[in-house]
Design a protein around this ligand. Structure first.
Ligand SMILES: [Cu+2]
Length: 166
């Protein structure tokens, strides 16, 4: 009887830990994806003030990630990109020049996609799109092309090259 109780307790603990681990996996870094999309959407609208605001939010979030909730592998991936992402987010947040923001957004997006491939940020599809004019990529929650590098000047220029969580 004692053995059975112990076994039940063990299984229950393992199950709870598993649940918690899965939850933590999509939660601690997920706000970064939301902020990234906010920056991207502001650039689609060619709204440099909004892009700056949201890049500021991203920078705050990237510096406030609770590492303790991450698995060792996720933490290692995140720490590799943390400063690089914070650097470009800082430049976007401190600029009012949309061209300069878009310069940083290219590097920002390429680093962020590497993170999104290494760490599960969401269960929803993430589309990685390429702009041949700018020779740069961006991430989108939507398969339809809306180009953040040119906005209205060339809104549908580009194509999806890779999809996460298909
Ligand atoms: Cu800069």
């Amino acid at each position: 009887m004692k053995k059975i109780l112990l076994l039940v307790a063990f299984v229950a603990t393992a199950f709870t830990q598993q649940l918690f681990a899965q939850d933590a996996k999509t939660s601690a870094l997920s706000p970064l994806l939301t902020s990234y999309y906010d920056v991207k959407n502001a650039l689609i609208s060619s709204n440099s003030a909004d892009a700056a605001t949201h890049a500021g939010e991203f920078r705050k979030a990237v510096n406030a990630v609770d590492m303790k909730t991450l698995s060792k592998a996720d933490m290692d991936s995140f720490m590799f990109f943390q400063d690089k992402l914070a650097f470009d987010a800082k430049h976007i947040s401190e600029s009012k020049d949309i061209a300069h923001q878009r310069e940083h957004f290219a590097n920002f997006s390429s680093n962020f996609f590497k993170l999104a491939k290494a760490v599960k940020l969401t269960d929803k599809p993430v589309y990685y799109a390429y702009c041949p004019m700018k020779k740069s990529y961006w991430l989108s929650a939507d398969a339809a092309i809306k180009n953040p590098y040119f906005g209205n000047q060339m809104l549908t220029c580009g194509k999806v090259t890779e999809t996460l969580n298909k």
